[in-house]
Ligand binder design. Sequence first.
Ligand code: C2E
Ligand code: MG
Ligand code: MG
Length: 733
Amino acid sequence: MNRDETIPNTVLMVDDDPTVRLLAQGVLPGQGLMVEVAADGERGVVEFERLRPDIVLLDVDLPGMDGFETCRRIRALPGGADVPVVMITGMDDFESIERAYEAGATDFSSKPINWTLLAHRIRYIIRSSTILCQLKQSQARLAQAQRIARLGYWSWDPLSDAVDCSAEACVVLGLEAGTDPANLNELLSHVLPEQGEELRRALRRTAEEGGALDLECRLKAPTGKRRIVQFRVEARAPGERPDGSVTGTVQDVTKRHQAEAKIRRLAYYDTLTGLPNRALFNELLGRAIHAARRHGRHLSVLCIDLDNFKRINDGLGHSAGDALVKTVAKRLKESVRRADAVGRVASGVELARLGGDEFTVLITDLDKPEDAGRVARRILGEVSRPLTLEGREVSMTASIGIATFPGDGDSVEELLKNADTAMYHVKKRGKNAYQFYSETMNAKALYRLTLETELRKAVENDEFEVHFQPLVDVRGGRVVAAEALLRWHSPTLGQVSPAEFIPAAEESSLILPIGHWVLRAACTQALAWQRPGAAPVRVCVNLSSLQLESPDLVERVRDTLQETGLDPSLLELEITETTMMRDVEHNIGTLLELRKLGITFSVDDFGTGYSSLSYLKRLPIDTVKIDRSFVRGLEQQQEDDTAIVSAIIALGHSMGLHIVAEGVETVGQLEFLARAGCDRVQGYLLGRPMPASAFTALLQEWRPARWAHLSSGTADTPAGRGAHGVDAGPTAF
Ligand code: C2E
Ligand code: MG
Ligand code: MG
């Protein structure tokens, strides 16, 4: 159909009377209409299909197929239903008019034809039929849009209880197709009863007072499907509503709810294990704290971290790591479920995965905070059962820290932080255990932080000093070396022990500049002690693991030796056994490089690690320093210690190593060591660590003869031992 007003509309005139056809062709074009003609019904149908006219003028009395049948045929054609058909009847032929409408005619006109009037009528009919068509189309589009949006409209008259609704509203409300609900109850027949009641009440209120209504209800359709629908109404006050009824929409929002649930799942749950994630756990913990505060109850937070998980992840790959995390999650679920049901520890237990190998458990309604320990024990037992990963049997352990409300904190952050601190304590103490948080842990953490801040300043402010402790040759009784030991006097913390600040410096990497400074100071000092003609005094400098790993170590040592001018053979680097064994392959390379410079090495604190002497054979080592802890037992002739020390000396000698005993404090220890053939001794008996000037004096005052006498094992107790205060002056015998 032509809807463009600039193009003339086409009229198809079907009439057997040639005069009428001729008149139509003569008059109508002058009225802006295009005319096509057909002489009988058959031709008319064919022309209709060909031309798709905007209107058909159809004579009733046609030869052969009459006008009524022709009308029916046209109506049956595709697009034929929407084109207006005007039947031309005889004057007052009322029966024909009746039949014309039955056959689907739009209008009629009677003969004789008033052509001017007919032209006006044609234009009017075409215009209204166009509008009708547009209306139908927009209705169809609206219906389609409503179908797509699963949205229907409805209205309700509160006085008569009559309802009217769109087809889609019926579909959305689960009513059978074609049902025409008579009243509100029928319209809402599938809404779940209690919600239906609430909705009816709200609708009545809105109808009485006006206003808006937005309510979601659940439906149970006859198919059994559960859906969620949303009712929306905006009503004016009753007096202002033209027909008094309220109108609203109803929309199926099931999919939106499902999508929201999915988003919630993704935002609040861990995808690997399906456990609540950190965000949800924090929310749950927050609520639990609130409830516990109100009811005066305890709750505990357990922070669980797998031990050495990184090793599995790095060694067997991430998919094995994932599989492990899943298995552990399953075991944790099992153990907290049992903790709840069987142990009757608490009434609520929540488990979450915070990420990586970190899990948390929240136990609410605890009678006694100690009960959380039972859950922790059960978890440790479950986790450590062997499991198979990629065909290998793997054993896992975990470390658990526990913080309890209200004692250990009253906020989500504080409880989690303190449980975490307790967990780290377990890790430090050897893992595979649980530990309750205590305030001293925080104090320690705080002190460590202060230490680091102060250490940073100490480097810049020159607060360090190197002290020296003599190493004495057992056979000759001479001071043959000095161990450089770092001392720190902090203006804020006072004198701080190396046992405290060295680990802090290592953790913060500050040990690198500090260690370098010590090396330079020690070398400079050692050079000053050398006297022509006198026996040389070596200097022993402790090297931290970080220094050993640092790529520029060799270069730095070489530069320091060059700059200070110390003979490299007078420098000995002490490396603890644990550091030495950490990455043997790498260390061998570094030590060989350093050795090329002419430097020697000793293994410090020997016996505290797990290495054997034979393992050390692979490393270019000259000296082994037996740890103080073994020497301590020599005094009481403790069997273990005497056996170990004798064995280390004998074995070390067989490998061509020199043996030094550390921490020699008594003559008894010294006598034993001398008899066992120990090469050198170091300890308070011979001299405490002392400032460089005191060490210079010691070198001058030292009387080797007396000492040599003692080392033969026949001497009395050494006389004139030096003061025992920290870092005392020279000690002479
Ligand atoms: P270490 O290298 O094993 O040093 C020996 C430690 O034993 C020193 O403790 C020393 O004062 C102490 N000592 C010596 N003889 C006796 C004794 O007869 N009885 C007792 N009870 N103790 C004795 P200090 O000076 O407190 O140093 C502790 C540790 O700190 C050192 O152990 C060393 O590992 C580290 N350290 C010290 N200075 C440095 C340094 O400049 N760099 C690095 N990396 N570490 C250092
Ligand atoms: Mg040392
Ligand atoms: Mg040592």
